[in-house]
Design a protein around this ligand. Structure first.
Ligand SMILES: Nc1ncnc2c1ncn2[C@@H]1O[C@H](COP(=O)(O)OP(=O)(O)OP(=O)(O)O)[C@@H](O)[C@H]1O
Length: 246
């Protein structure tokens, strides 16, 4: 390798917060990821886009150790996460917000917020959270199920900010929400980025993805088919839409 290539590779690794190499994952005997490789840079918003069933959710679940049967490498900084359990991975500062949002129906907004343990220093205080999410403060005593879809999504994101995690994995935060609420979620994601969070999000809504993300990883049949910067996406919508079959 010439020195320029080595330098480029070094700088790629230096800036990578999370490095995924040759990741494969299985549900029982069914192999769903087939050697995924990509990295996530500190402070960026990165989307995983692709058709239904491509393996986007499984990628987040594999990073988090929710899918246990996985091979390859997932490194957070220098530390290997393959083989670690979900609670160990959470303690390293990665938080996961699943697509179904997992709001506890019988608990109030305040109780839902207090549920996850504080795992590291630097998480938002309860007061800080209510300040950042005034809508949730207004609904603090409401039951989880009485919230609108948008409020539930806000609550699901707010809840993980208490933990002190700096890397947030968000599964389709815009799904099923009205355009005005999708806009609010987008603004929230950009605020979190400004605050220094690193965010990986699964997203089907390309318009939304385009507004919030620095880079896009296209997932196809459990592999990375392409990686596009925000500028590539701007100029190459046709290319991306052909991946998505839209
Ligand atoms: N718990 C499970 N057990 C077995 N197979 C699963 C399970 N969850 C997902 N799969 C399969 O794994 C493949 C990848 O699913 P995954 O949810 O990761 O896709 P996705 O890209 O997130 O798509 P979608 O947007 O439709 O959720 C699909 O073929 C799906 O049917």
């Amino acid at each position: 390798m010439n020195s320029r290539v080595v330098a480029a590779e070094d700088s790629r690794l230096a800036s990578a917060m999370l490095s995924i190499e040759n990741l494969s994952a299985w549900y029982a005997e069914s192999r769903v990821l087939h050697g995924m490789s990509f990295d996530v840079r500190e402070g960026e918003v990165l989307t995983l886009i692709g058709r239904n069933g491509a393996g986007k959710t499984t990628t987040l679940r594999s990073i988090m150790g929710v899918v246990r049967k996985r091979t390859g490498s997932i490194r957070l900084g220098a530390e290997e996460l393959i083989g670690k359990r979900t609670y160990e991975i959470a303690r390293k500062g990665i938080a996961y917000c699943p697509e179904e949002r997992a709001i506890f129906a019988s608990l109030s907004v305040r109780e839902n917020l207090l549920l996850p343990p504080v795992l590291r220093s630097g998480g938002m205080s309860n007061e800080g959270l209510f300040k950042a999410f005034p809508n949730l403060q207004a609904r603090a005593a409401s039951q989880g199920t009485k919230l609108s879809g948008g409020e539930q999504q806000m609550l699901a994101i707010a809840r993980i900010l208490r933990t002190g995690s700096r890397l947030l994995l968000l599964d389709e935060p815009s799904e099923g929400l009205a355009p005005v609420v999708v806009k609010e979620i987008g603004e929230l994601i950009l605020r979190l980025k400004q605050q220094g969070f690193t965010i990986v999000l699964v997203e089907q809504n390309l318009r939304f993805a385009k507004k919030v993300a620095d880079r896009h990883v296209v997932v196809e049949n459990g592999k990375v088919a392409d990686v596009l910067t925000a500028a590539d996406l701007e100029s190459g919508m046709d290319r991306v839409q052909s991946y998505l079959g839209v």
